[in-house]
Each structure stands twice: as structure tokens, then as C-alpha cells.
Design a protein around this ligand. Structure first.
Ligand code: NAD
Ligand code: GLY
Length: 361
């Protein structure tokens, strides 16, 4: 069994990411992060039946006099709604949760974003401990404090920055994660190498089989490395005034695809895989990067079992219209994260829509 790993996240309100096997059963570790009497576990209909009882017991053991409630939403992106946000707020109100209450977000990125947003808003902000159970949430969404819900106009358009009080990653939960979701999480792992570190891409190419086989040492290394890359960026730029935008490599394309599909088709990590390939190909088309690097990124994603082409039936014009609503855009028009090759990403303002259409077609 791998040793537990700790990644410290500095910045305006420092916190710790603990990574290890079995941490959901560690009542001392969880109690350390829970200041008050009220705790609300938010989870979804896939994860709650697997892990909520065990977490309830862990928290009860930690705080026998505590007032602990459980709120379960439906699984999947379609649940990241304002209506479900309001329902979580209603549960906190029914509980009479005070300002020292803690929300425990037990699940993937959908639960983490929604529960985090509820914690950001209840009484103008209470603690949120992220307990990610999908690989994607472990390596990305649980860290950095972006919280949101989707609205009809687009993904994540309503939200807040609200840093977690702590992130506790129990790698044992990956045993029940569907294979498709494991692969989707690996897309975000690849993203860190693509934007920051060619050596990490080398390691991922060499470790692809071990990662797909859920080899514990390999998966723990991938999670810890990803959390370190993300921690370095978010502690320097917590509110995305600059370099944090690089973490959105491929995401403008991905969000457009997801929104256009109506959240029933590709899962987020799959859309990110396609988006990264499109961003790499657009970079090559604009003369910023080589086709060889774009092909290498595509080959790695394919080897990890991820899709790399735009799903049939999506209209390039409709996708570009969605991309115009991206939060990174400014007066220059489309502002995309492109790259100069593996490990070197940058923000490019005023990207011509015709070039974007060309890679989408
Ligand atoms: P998800 O939360 O929908 O989880 C994927 C599926 O796996 C769900 O069906 C879930 O029930 C299931 N699941 C999760 N853990 C499981 C486990 N251990 N065992 C069995 N089933 C399990 O999706 P996701 O991919 O985790 O996250 C995607 C969301 O995260 C999107 O909404 C995206 O916008 C958001 N996101 C946010 C940030 C951020 O910085 N806040 C970053 C990246 C993505
Ligand atoms: N997932 C992008 C970010 O956290 O900024």
C-alpha cells in the first residue's frame, strides 16, 4: 500500500490535500477540519449508497454530539442546477446550520461544485471539505475553490470562488468508479503535462497501462503530481486574474460541446480530451506549434481510451456561438488557451472564428 501524501496549497487561505487509501474512515483527520456542531454531507445517487454510511459513522465517531445530515442529489451533470443548489440551502436551513457548520462534498465534480457553491452562499460562506471520489474531482475540481452550477445559457455560469477548508482524497473509492469515468479523469491528468511539463507526458506514456489497471503506486503518483501542478498555480492566482486560465486548456471547446449536447452525451473529461486535441490542432494551424506535438497528444489520449474527435451532428457554427459565451473572452473576442507545443501553453486573445470553425469542421 502507498504511503499517504500531503500537498499544501498556499495563498490567501492555505489548506491541505491529503491523499491515501482508506482516508474516509479516518475520523481524527476529518474531525480536525470540522469546527462546529453541524455537518451536511452532500452526495449523489451513485456515491451515497457506496460511501455515505461509512462517512456518517466516521463523523459520528469524531463528534458524538454533532448534528449530521445527508443530502443526496441525482448523479450526473444534469443535477448541477440552481434547483438542486436551492434544495441544499433548504437542507442547511432546516438543520439550522450555524456559521461554523461544515459541508462535506462526497462525490465527483458535480457534487463538489454544487456543494461548494452552497457552502459559499450559506450565511455568506461556511466551511467546505471536499471528499472527491472520481479521479477527475481528485485531480482537478476539488482543488482551487471554483464552485458553480449550470444554467440554460451555459456551464458553470453561476458560481463563486470559495476555497475548501481541506481536501481529503481516499484513493480506495476509485475501485467502484466506472471505467469510463476513470478514463475521463485521466484526460485532466494529461492536461497538466500538456500545459506545464513534457517530462510528465513522458511518464504518462510509459505508465498508461498501469494507470488503466488502477495500479496504486501509479494512480497515487498521478493524483499527487496533478494536485501539485494545480496547487502551484492556484496559490499564485487564486481568482484567475492571469495564469490560472491556462488550466482551461481545451475547456472552451469542451464546454461548448457539452452545452450543445445538452449534458446527455460526453462526460466532462471526454469533452476535455477532444477540446485539448482541437486546441493543439488550432495552435498548429495558427503556426504556434508543430503538428507532431498535436499528434503525440492525440495518440496518448487515444491510448487512454478517450475520444478525440467532435461528435457527429454538432454544428460548428453553433459551437462557435457557445464559445462566445466563455468566461475567458474579452473585448478582443475569443480568448483561447493555445500552446507552443507540449508543456508550453499560453493565452491567445482575438482568435479568428474562421480558424476555430476550420478545426471544428
Ligand atoms: P460527476 O460528478 O458527474 O461524476 C461522474 C460519475 O461518476 C457520476 O455518475 C458519479 O455518480 C460517479 N462516481 C463518482 N465517484 C464514484 C465512485 N467512487 N464510485 C462510483 N461512482 C462514482 O463528474 P466528474 O467527472 O467527477 O466531474 C465533472 C464536473 O466537475 C463537471 O461539472 C465540471 O464542470 C466540474 N469541474 C469543476 C472544476 C473546478 O475547478 N471546480 C474543474 C473540473 C471540472
Ligand atoms: N479547472 C480549472 C480551474 O480550476 O481553474
Amino acid at each position: 500500500m502507498s504511503e499517504d501524501v500531503v500537498v499544501d496549497v498556499g495563498g490567501p487561505s492555505p489548506y491541505r490535500i491529503d491523499i491515501g487509501n482508506g482516508l474516509l474512515g479516518d475520523s481524527e483527520r476529518l474531525a480536525e477540519r470540522w469546527r462546529g456542531r453541524h455537518a451536511l454531507i452532500v452526495s449523489d445517487s451513485h456515491v451515497a449508497p457506496l460511501y455515505a454510511d461509512a462517512l456518517l459513522q466516521t463523523l459520528r465517531a469524531a463528534r458524538p454530539g454533532g448534528d449530521i445530515a445527508l443530502h443526496v442529489i441525482g448523479a450526473g451533470e444534469a443535477s448541477k442546477t440552481l434547483a438542486n443548489f436551492t434544495a441544499v440551502i433548504d437542507t442547511l436551513a432546516t438543520q439550522g446550520a450555524t456559521r461554523d457548520a461544515c459541508v462535506f462534498a462526497l462525490g465527483g465534480g458535480v457534487v463538489g461544485d454544487l456543494a461548494g457553491f452552497a457552502a459559499a452562499c450559506w450565511m455568506r460562506g461556511i466551511d467546505c471539505v471536499q471528499l472527491p471520489t472520481s479521479l477527475l474531482a481528485m485531480v482537478d475540481s476539488s482543488v482551487g475553490g471554483k464552485t458553480a452550477v449550470d444554467i440554460p445559457a451555459g456551464k458553470n455560469l453561476l458560481g463563486a470562488f470559495h476555497l475548501p477548508r481541506a481536501v481529503v482524497i481516499d484513493t480506495a473509492t476509485l475501485a467502484t468508479l466506472p471505467r469510463r469515468e476513470l478514463r475521463a479523469g485521466l484526460a485532466e491528468v494529461v492536461k497538466y503535462g500538456a500545459i506545464f511539463d513534457p517530462a510528465f507526458i513522458d511518464w504518462l506514456e510509459a505508465s498508461a497501462d498501469a494507470l488503466l489497471a488502477l495500479d496504486e503506486a501509479a494512480i497515487t503518483h498521478a493524483i499527487a503530481a496533478s494536485c501539485r501542478y494545480k496547487a502551484e498555480v492556484v496559490e499564485r492566482d487564486p481568482f484567475e486574474k492571469g495564469e490560472r486560465a491556462l488550466l482551461n486548456f481545451g475547456h472552451t471547446f469542451a464546454h461548448a460541446i457539452e452545452t450543445e449536447q445538452g449534458y446527455g452525451g460526453l462526460v466532462h473529461g471526454e469533452a476535455v480530451a477532444i477540446g485539448m486535441v482541437l486546441a493543439a490542432r488550432l495552435s498548429a494551424l495558427m503556426g504556434l506549434a508543430s503538428d507532431i506535438d498535436a499528434a503525440r497528444l492525440q495518440a496518448l489520449l487515444q491510448r487512454l481510451g478517450l475520444p478525440v474527435t467532435v461528435p457527429a451532428g454538432l454544428d460548428p457554427d453553433a459551437l462557435v456561438a457557445r464559445m462566445r459565451l466563455d468566461k475567458k473572452n474579452d473585448a478582443s473576442g475569443l480568448r483561447l488557451i493555445l500552446w507552443e507545443g507540449i508543456g508550453r501553453a499560453r493565452v491567445v486573445p482575438g482568435v479568428a472564428e474562421d480558424a476555430v470553425r476550420a478545426v471544428l469542421a
